[in-house]
Design a protein around this ligand. Structure first.
Ligand SMILES: Cc1cc2nc3c(=O)[nH]c(=O)nc-3n(C[C@H](O)[C@H](O)[C@H](O)COP(=O)(O)OP(=O)(O)OC[C@H]3O[C@@H](n4cnc5c(N)ncnc54)[C@H](O)[C@@H]3O)c2cc1C
Length: 399
């Protein structure tokens, strides 16, 4: 282990990391092969349940937190993400989604709605989903077609639309769905978010995707045809959807930084061990310049990712949010997720044939899993845009 690891973290954070690592070694590691080899949703749910029981899903909510940390927050949620992704990135996405769903419920839901849905999510008894992406609207969320209209007679919101690439589609207990409430408003201004419980008539799941990696994760389409929810199921006020989305993306990006870091760290460990044991041309692989140079590049990229990721998390915990956090959060996500892809790819290369077989360890799985990281939660291109927008305020970079 890199001696400088955790440079930005304090003693309490480090103790928390040690505790979480031991917890996940007990709860996640024994189930990791069922998640990867059998696509086992039951195994995923069992770990989510134990995370909830241990209180780890309350880390983002100081008023609900039950544990020993003096100041729980995004730093600790990011540590959790990193440690889980180091074992199994597919599982980690379930934590990310749980927190992304719990956060807007905690911050924006009417008290009765929060009471009804939030407790079960943070206790790990139920699973949430977030519905932003649509066939015509991926990175460009101003193109959302889903319509949310108000029926005065029944005092209900009526939702119509098709979402795609939704994590936990069909297995979630509660969905936070984004759509347009004011089609006349300027692009991005008329968006709102509503809470839709599973089982609501008109909510269906037409397709489940098969991905190159992230086995055990369930991702699919969600279709809404005249789906009705009570008036108080709107999060915040109508038209606040973009604000809610942006606040969620900011902390999600630090958490994804943690995921990238976890994947990169595991890939690095595999490559480093192989470089020090495998012999070729009379010497250990690691003594060959092309190999040690690659190991060095993996190492400095991981350190850079770590510093950026925990800087973003610490800034958030210090009360920096909104536009001010957008650039550091985007940098964390960009560098850590691209580092995961780089390290997974180089680990495979250093292992040679062993790197692309299932018989010799996890390098091939990391390679398949890592590729999603620069796409989910805002692509690398969108992260670059956010960084450049902060750096070029007089120019307004276009998309
Ligand atoms: C495994 C997985 C899980 C997901 N889970 C969820 C979820 O739970 N909820 C949810 O709402 N969404 C989810 N998504 C969707 C994800 O957020 C989107 O895939 C992502 O935002 C990109 O959108 P897109 O796939 O439509 O690509 P597009 O937006 O069509 O982009 C395609 C490519 O073009 C690039 N690009 C786009 N515009 C520009 C530009 N102006 N300049 C330069 N390059 C550009 C993009 O960066 C990308 O590389 C998930 C996706 C995956 C793969």
């Amino acid at each position: 282990m890199n001696q400088l690891q955790d440079f930005i973290l304090d003693d309490e954070d480090r103790s928390f990391r040690a505790e979480v690592r031991a917890f996940l070694a007990r709860e996640l590691e024994p189930r990791a092969s069922a998640i990867e080899d059998e696509d086992s949703w039951d195994a995923v749910k069992a770990v989510v349940r134990s995370l909830g029981e241990a209180g780890y899903l309350t880390l983002m909510f100081k008023d609900l937190y039950r544990g020993w940390l003096a100041k729980p927050g995004l730093t600790h949620a990011t540590i959790l993400s990193e440690e889980a992704a180091a074992i199994n990135y597919a599982f980690e996405t379930t934590i990310g989604t749980a927190l992304s769903c719990a956060y807007p419920l905690h911050r924006y839901a009417a008290p009765a709605v929060r009471e009804r849905y939030l407790g079960d999510i943070i206790d790990g008894r139920s699973v949430g989903a977030i519905g932003v992406t649509e066939p015509a609207a991926g990175s460009d969320t101003s193109r959302l077609q889903t319509r949310i209209s108000y029926d005065e007679a029944s005092r209900e919101w009526v939702i119509n639309g098709l979402k795609r690439y939704i994590s936990n589609a069909g297995v979630a207990d509660v969905y936070i769905m984004y759509g347009v409430t004011d089609p006349e408003a300027p692009a991005g201004k008329g968006l709102s978010a509503v809470v839709v419980p599973a089982g609501t008539p008109g909510l269906t799941f037409p397709r489940r995707y098969t991905f190159m990696g992230r086995r055990g994760c369930i991702v699919g389409e969600v279709e809404m045809k005249d789906v009705r929810v009570p008036r108080d199921h709107m999060l915040g006020e109508p038209g606040q959807g973009t604000r809610i989305m942006v606040s969620m993306f900011n902390f999600e990006r630090a958490i994804l930084g943690g995921s990238g870091l976890g994947v990169a760290r595991t890939a690095f460990g595999i490559a480093r061990d192989h470089a020090q044991t495998r012999e070729a041309f009379g010497q250990k692989l690691g003594s060959k310049q092309l190999i040690w140079s690659t190991v060095a590049e993996m190492s400095w990229r991981i350190d850079a990712a770590e510093l950026l990721t925990y800087r973003a998390a610490k800034l958030y915990d210090a009360g920096i949010t909104g536009k001010e956090l957008a650039k550091p959060a985007a940098m964390a996500k960009l560098v850590a997720t691209e580092t995961a892809v780089f390290c997974a790819d180089r680990a495979v290369q250093i292992l040679g044939g062993d790197g692309i077989t299932k018989e010799y360890g996890r390098a091939e799985q990391l390679y398949r899993d890592a590729r999603a990281l620069p796409i989910v939660g805002g692509t690398s291109e969108m992260a670059r845009y956010l960084i450049a927008s902060a750096d070029l305020p007089d120019v307004k970079p276009n998309l």
